[in-house]
Design a protein around this ligand. Structure first.
Ligand code: NAD
Length: 479
């Protein structure tokens, strides 16, 4: 089996990798720095120029991606176990994300044979001769070139495949940079792609810190596009770094998603839905619903229901049985989350449940429910990225919409109501790239995913996701 990882023979630094449920070191990676990025980009450029991938017929490329999906599925337990140990995700959740990645590959495999431009007859009046001339115009869809993909730690396999699959469907060559906290599953993805038939050098993996390897990739003059998933703060650095050669930039960033629960909601679905949306992956999800607005008459019931759901969640690591959620990714992240809770406590917020670290090894924070918060508090403005949800009562629609939209983020929002007219009216007014009506945390590879406001630029998933890795050329033919 071939090795597709870019050769890192210039490593200047090593980075330790940990199991956040035990705080034990489970491996290390080399930070190849700029030299590794140069090697990987050169390799990607060479395969793009030679057409190693693009010269295959669309149907051949499609079959290879379908094969990769099957191989990924066959290795779902292995990959799920790696991500579960490295991220701290519950085993079942990690495995589900691998299966979702296989579906991403299948969805994008279908596009390989369906990419083409448009054509049109046209006339141009008053050319050089002053006569009207006939023209045939058509558009060509071409791959953007070398795509640099930078991914975060909270869903290593899924977020990587969400970039690799459409980039490969579009015909690009790729340099992938996994998060330094969670680099362990990426080499397996590399093996799978090679085994499926992606030529060597088309997908190149470089490891290292964000401020070294990530920054070098974002600034590299021979990279045509950066697809980035991560924090809004780093997203802004990517934009600056990309300015050198004005490479295309796609950003999937942070969120502070509101959840609106009306009095007429089906509470048997709304409360478990809001609990899942807030606490899945210990709240380390970009779309986690961390602000729950409950209509006044239902407020007590929502607080009680969410509090019970939070207390019922079983926390544990990959070696524990029947685990719902795991630890936070690192000690630093845990301190950050506890810091938000402490600040709230000092400002008079009531901690209905949770609010503390678990008395065991690992970076576990008890699922936490807050009430008595004010809209201007930092914990209502910033992304906490932990198992912390605030519940706020509301009286009318204008009020709740103004609060829901009063954020620099715009990734996702949810509405729970039985009133179909209200549901669609509110969906139109919520400033978010994804709105769930009577659902939360629902996905499909065919539905575009992207953030409004400071939650991102561009979209992944769907046809938009493939087009993000293509450029359009207009060709005019005088007849
Ligand atoms: P992060 O921004 O710290 O890091 C993400 C990636 O960027 C990592 O690979 C990191 O090494 C790299 N990086 C860091 N500094 C860099 C720099 N200066 N130049 C280039 N690359 C750099 O994010 P994180 O802490 O790994 O992940 C959590 C964040 O990701 C949260 O804000 C979350 O909301 C967001 N996220 C968004 C989505 C989405 O689809 N919108 C999905 C998952 C996570």
């Amino acid at each position: 089996m071939g090795q597709i990882q870019a050769t890192i023979d210039t490593a200047t630094d090593t980075i330790a990798v940990f199991d956040p449920s035990t705080e034990l070191r489970i491996g290390e990676i080399a930070d190849g720095g700029e030299a590794a990025v140069d090697t990987a980009v050169a390799q990607a450029r060479e395969t793009f120029r030679s057409g190693a991938w693009l010269k295959k017929t669309p149907s051949e490329r499609s079959r290879i991606l379908y094969r990769a999906a099957d191989l990924l599925e066959q290795r779902a337990d292995e990959l799920g176990d790696i991500d579960s140990r490295n991220v701290g995700m519950a085993r079942g959740h990690a495995r589900n994300l691998v299966l979702a990645s296989a579906e991403q590959l299948r969805y994008n495999a279908g596009w390989c044979t369906k990419i083409y431009g448009k054509s049109s007859d046209m006339k141009m009046a008053g050319g050089i001769t002053g006569e009207t001339s006939d023209l045939l115009g058509y558009t060509l869809k071409e791959p953007v070139g070398v795509a640099g993909c930078i991914v975060p730690w909270n869903g290593p396999v899924l977020v990587a495949i969400t970039k690799l699959a459409p980039a490969l469907a579009a015909g690009c060559s790729i340099v992938l940079k996994p998060a330094e906290e969670t680099p362990l599953s990426a080499p397996v993805l590399g093996e799978i792609l090679i085994e499926a038939g992606v030529p060597e050098g088309v997908v190149n993996i470089v490891n290292g810190h964000g401020h070294t390897v990530g920054a070098a990739l974002a600034a590299h003059p021979d990279v045509d596009k950066i697809a980035f998933t991560g924090s809004t703060e780093v997203g802004k650095l990517i934009v600056q770094a990309a300015a050198g050669n004005l490479k295309k930039v796609m950003l999937e960033l942070g969120g502070k998603s509101p959840v609106l629960i009306y009095d007429d909601a089906d509470m048997s679905r709304a409360i478990p839905g809001a609990a899942l949306g807030a606490f899945i992956n210990s709240g380390q999800g970009c779309v986690c619903g961390s602000r729950v607005y409950a209509q006044r008459k239902s407020y007590d019931r929502v607080v009680e229901g969410l509090s019970k759901a939070a207390q019922a969640l079983r926390l544990g690591g990959p070696d524990d049985q029947n685990v719902d959620i795991g630890p936070l990714i690192s000690g630093r992240q845990m301190e950050r989350v506890l810091g938000f809770i402490e600040e709230g406590r000092r400002d008079g917020v009531e901690i209905v449940t949770g609010g503390h670290r678990l008395d065991r090894k690992g970076y576990f924070v008890a699922p936490t429910l807050l009430t008595g918060v004010r809209e201007d508090m930092r914990l209502m403005k910033e992304e906490i990225f932990g198992p912390v949800v605030a519940v706020i009562p509301f009286d009318d629609e204008e009020e709740v919409l103004s609060w829901a939209n009063d954020t620099v983020y715009g990734l996702a929002a949810a509405v729970w109501t039985q009133d179909i007219t209200r549901a669609h009216r509110v969906a139109k007014r919520l400033e978010a790239g994804t709105v769930w009506l009577n659902a939360q945390f629902a996905w499909d590879p065919a539905m575009p995913l992207g953030g409004y406001k400071q939650s991102g630029w561009g979209q992944e998933y769907g046809l938009e996701g493939v087009e993000a890795y293509m450029k359009t050329k207009s060709v005019y033919t005088g007849l």
